[in-house]
Write a protein that binds this ligand. Structure first.
Ligand code: NAD
Length: 388
């Protein structure tokens, strides 16, 4: 149970790059980091526009002299202070992640980076090696992976409740971009421009989320080959896709699919994962995150509710309020930020933290690798490709 008592000795001095006023994702980073007193927001380069960033930072109670015009200045100035920042979250458009993450690691900072970590596996591997060399934590915000229901699914699969795993169906298919909303929405505009997002739109922006849920629930499953077809239904988005289907074969004979889509008209989110075993299946849907469907062949459906004592103890560890009341995205993110903090403290104290799982740099690398393979398949006419 999480009740706000301290989990680490001292809150980590923390800054943000991006996540400024009007950004989509900035607030949930702050909410998640600050909720359990694991982090203290002391600095930031919050906005591409320095003046707006300063005004915003001051409104977040950050000292004006620690609201910086850009991340380079921030890393340089903070390194001179005895009470300088120890960790930074990067919540800027995708094309900037690689350079900011690299600079942060070089400045000996722990990092929480938005997905995608970068655009090529080569760059991702470089960041992974740098993080290892510097003994720094890199957390990636696949937010819902911190939800109790996902941990319950992980435990059920590990304990054999589903039998042998055969099929994994995944999707993240919302309808918000069924029309060219990017024409007047700055948060969407960069998402459909290869200059800012690299080789893909929905595969990277959406598909990697349920893909990571499958990695959490099935940590030993390895993709052997995949096939991907992608489309740009809003034509001006080409060559970037607003819809894609990926089929995967795993090395143990299981198969999986990911539907990544931003033009599923009428759909609010539809992020789902269904894991099908030889005895039973589980299904989780982000629009009803507190319920996990458990379907045993030949028996009535069971709806497992978050916070109930019949869940595995590993799932209840992160409970905040007990069953009945809803917990959702904000709690899942807070759980992740707590784990990031525990891992950061352990690294600073020279301890191992292998017992704490969280989406780390390897999750970042895998997301980039998956997108790269999907694009390679799609670009070659939706052919099967070996997974590199
Ligand atoms: P946004 O366009 O709404 O906001 C971006 C913010 O970054 C703005 O405040 C902008 O001023 C600032 N910014 C841009 N370049 C900057 C720079 N060089 N230095 C400092 N600040 C800079 O974008 P968003 O929707 O909030 O997305 C940001 C990132 O978060 C993206 O990588 C996106 O993929 C990711 N994201 C993740 C999730 C998730 O569930 N994990 C959800 C949404 C977005």
């Amino acid at each position: 149970m999480i009740n706000g008592e301290k989990k680490i000795e001292n809150p980590i001095r923390w800054a943000m790059v991006g996540g400024g006023r009007g950004s989509q994702i900035g607030y949930i980073h702050r909410s998640a980091a600050l909720r359990d007193h694991n982090f203290q927001l002391v600095a930031g380069a919050f906005d591409i526009n320095a003046e707006r960033g300063l005004d915003f930072g001051v409104n977040l109670h950050v000292e004006p002299e620690r609201c910086y015009p850009d991340y380079k200045k921030m890393f340089e100035e903070e390194a001179k202070r005895e009470d300088g920042i120890q960790a930074v979250s990067i919540a800027t458009p995708n094309g900037t992640h690689y350079e900011i993450c690299k600079a942060a690691l070089e400045a000996n900072l722990h990092v929480v980076c938005e997905k995608p970590l970068c655009f090529t596996t080569e760059e991702a591997k470089e960041l992974e090696a740098l993080a290892k060399e510097k003994n720094r934590v890199v957390g990636i915000t696949y937010g819902y992976s911190g939800h109790q229901a996902i941990e319950q699914g992980r435990q059920m699969i590990a304990n054999g409740d589903l039998g042998e795993i055969r099929i994994i169906n995944m999707q993240f298919a919302h309808g918000f971009h069924s029309e060219a909303v990017e024409l007047d929405n700055p948060s969407t505009k960069w998402r459909v421009d290869p200059k800012f997002v690299g080789p893909s739109y929905v595969l990277g922006d959406l598909g990697t989320h349920p893909l990571y849920l499958s990695e959490v629930m099935l940590p030993n499953l390895k993709i052997k080959k995949l096939m991907c077809t992608r489309q740009s239904f809003v034509k001006t988005r080409a060559p970037l896709e607003d819809n894609a289907y990926t089929i995967m074969e795993y090395d143990n004979g299981a198969v999986g699919t990911v539907w990544s889509c931003a033009v599923n008209a009428g759909s609010m989110h539809s992020q789902k994962i269904r894991v099908i075993g030889s005895k039973a299946s589980i299904e989780w849907w982000d629009e009803q995150p507190n319920q996990l469907r458990y379907e045993v062949q030949g028996k009535p459906v069971q709806i497992l509710e978050r916070g109930m004592n019949y869940l595995y103890p590993e799932a209840l560890v992160d409970d905040r309020i007990g069953g009945g009341h809803p917990e959702g995205l904000f709690e899942a993110w807070s759980n992740l930020y707590t784990r990031f903090a525990l891992a950061m403290e352990a690294a600073d104290q020279g301890r191992q933290s292998d017992d704490i799982w969280y989406p780390g740099i390897e999750a970042g690398v895998e997301g980039v690798r998956w997108v790269e393979n999907c694009v390679r398949s799609a670009e070659n006419g939706a052919v099967w490709v070996d997974y590199f």
